[in-house]
Design a protein around this ligand. Structure first.
Ligand code: C5J
Length: 220
């Protein structure tokens, strides 16, 4: 075990049972012209974390620890997109509509690809998920069970939506979860701050958070 300085206390990282899960670092959320921008968000806060996410991915690759990527995406016929999700709010473009990076949040479209700096290497698992949580209607749980992964280090976007949902799903399934603070972001800084506070309140009720330098130093 390697003790990682974290909140609300040290995270006991097990190199034999840990994986990094990078949530939805796809152009749809991180670049102008995608789903995030269509909802009226300024994506520059998210673009700014690409180097930190890339450094974290690099650390796991260097250690030989698994890296898993997710994308929020729907089938081209939208049969996996409930109307309640597609019709929500008043976005300038809805899921499935043609946008500057292809159809919004649809599998295989340019906007659905993971940004260059965080792109998966051949052999790394990529989970396409129709929901906010990485476990909903995916084979992630089975895959983690098969490979003996019991700890998940989280990164990606957005902190309070897909990252937090996935972290809570993982926590309920018995995984120990650690969120790396510089490697996650929200369009709303106050929501990121609230999410970090929620995670480590009450003795780490849904997990731990740590800084990237603390993780890098502890595992060096
Ligand atoms: C959102 C996500 N925010 N990846 N998706 O709709 O957080």
């Amino acid at each position: 075990m390697i003790d990682i300085p974290a909140e609300p206390g040290p995270f006991p990282l097990d190199p034999a049972a840990v994986a990094l899960i990078v949530i939805d670092m796809q152009r749809d959320f991180v670049e102008p012209g995608g789903f995030g921008a269509s909802l009226g968000n300024d994506v520059s806060r998210l673009t700014a974390i690409i180097p930190a996410v890339a450094d974290l991915i690099g650390l796991f690759r260097q250690k030989g620890w698994p890296v898993i990527h997710t994308r929020e995406s729907h089938l081209p016929d939208l049969s996996d997109c409930p109307p309640a999700k597609r019709l929500r709010g008043k976005p300038s473009l809805r899921i499935g509509d043609p946008g500057p990076m292809g159809r919004i949040l649809v599998r295989g479209e340019p906007g659905n690809q993971i940004v260059d700096g965080c792109a998966p290497l051949p052999g790394e698992v990529v989970i396409d998920k129709p929901g906010k949580g990485a476990f909903y209607k995916t084979n992630l749980d089975a895959l983690l069970m098969q490979t003996g992964i019991r700890q998940l280090v989280f990164a990606g976007v957005t902190t309070e939506v897909c990252v937090q949902t996935s972290m809570r799903e993982a926590n309920d399934r018995g995984f120990e979860c650690l969120l790396v603070e510089e490697a996650t972001e929200s369009y709303f800084p106050e929501f990121k701050a609230a999410t970090l506070a929620m995670i480590h309140a009450q003795g780490g009720i849904v997990g731990w958070t740590c800084t990237l330098p603390a993780l890098q130093k502890a595992v060096a």
